[in-house]
Ligand binder design. Structure first.
Ligand code: 6PG
Length: 241
């Protein structure tokens, strides 16, 4: 695998701007080649910065009707819950861009957790004719080294065959629905966005050492990208940006 592209930005807003530009560039290339672009959105709070950039700077600079949207993980809450990753994207990206519902692949959190995961997996397998390879998967990073909902010491981290898994997270006392490493690492491109000083130690551990954090297990078949703000990058040196 090619070395990850590591970019350091002065602010988290500039980091989100860089990620937006990369997403649009990859999408444009795929669409110009005659295809549709499949992207899995990440969870947490950072993606809102990306959504703001995409809506404000790129709303008329991509054929958004040729993009299909998924999520790399979701909290097991109703879609109208304030903690929902889907709600964050619908409110701040997908509705503002006028994305058709048929191009939005929601996780059905009204089902029991295991059924919700299986249902999502079935729809992803159908979309990709049973050989799932996302054009781009976006990921966040937790200060504990988790990514998506693959938290340290949880079952889904070790899931060898499923592509989507219901994962109970004891520290949160909550269920999550998450891509597994099998699905993440089959993607052509995977892009981490990490901002804030609390992420700096785990970023350094993953980038510089033989880390055992779950996020360190992420690879990509074409390119892995680490987009960082200055705070998250402060314990690593010699990075572009
Ligand atoms: C979530 C994601 C989680 C998130 C990271 C970063 O739904 O919260 O599972 O992996 O992407 O914790 O979150 P922030 O962007 O809020 O720092």
């Amino acid at each position: 695998m090619r070395k990850p592209e590591i970019k350091k930005y002065p602010t988290k807003e500039k980091m989100a701007g860089g990620a937006a530009t990369k997403l649009v560039t990859l999408a444009s290339q795929k669409i110009e080649s005659g295809g549709r672009f499949s992207v899995a959105l990440s969870g947490g709070s950072t993606p809102k910065l990306l959504y703001n950039e995409l809506v404000s700077r790129f709303h008329d600079r991509l054929d958004w009707g040729k993009v299909d949207f998924f999520w790399s993980d979701e909290r097991y809450v109703p879609i109208d819950h304030p903690d929902s990753n889907m709600k964050l994207a619908l409110d701040n990206l997908l509705r503002p861009l006028g994305i058709d519902d048929s191009h939005i692949y929601l996780i059905d959190t009204s089902l029991p957790p295991a059924e919700a995961a299986e249902d999502y997996q079935d729809r992803i397998l159908a979309y990709f004719n049973r050989d799932p390879r996302f054009d781009l998967i976006l990921l966040g990073l937790g200060a504990d080294g988790h990514t998506a909902s693959l938290f340290p010491m949880t079952k889904a981290v070790l899931e060898p065959t499923h592509w989507v898994e219901a994962n109970y997270v004891p520290k949160l006392k909550a269920w999550r629905i998450t891509f597994t490493f099998s699905l993440i690492n089959s993607a052509y491109n995977v892009l981490f966005m990490a901002a804030g000083a609390d992420k700096a130690p785990v970023v350094a551990d993953i980038i510089l050492k033989k880390s055992t954090f779950p996020a360190a297990k992420v690879t990509a078949t074409d390119r892995l990208y680490w987009y960082l703000d200055k705070e998250a990058a402060k314990e690593i040196t010699n990075t572009r940006g």
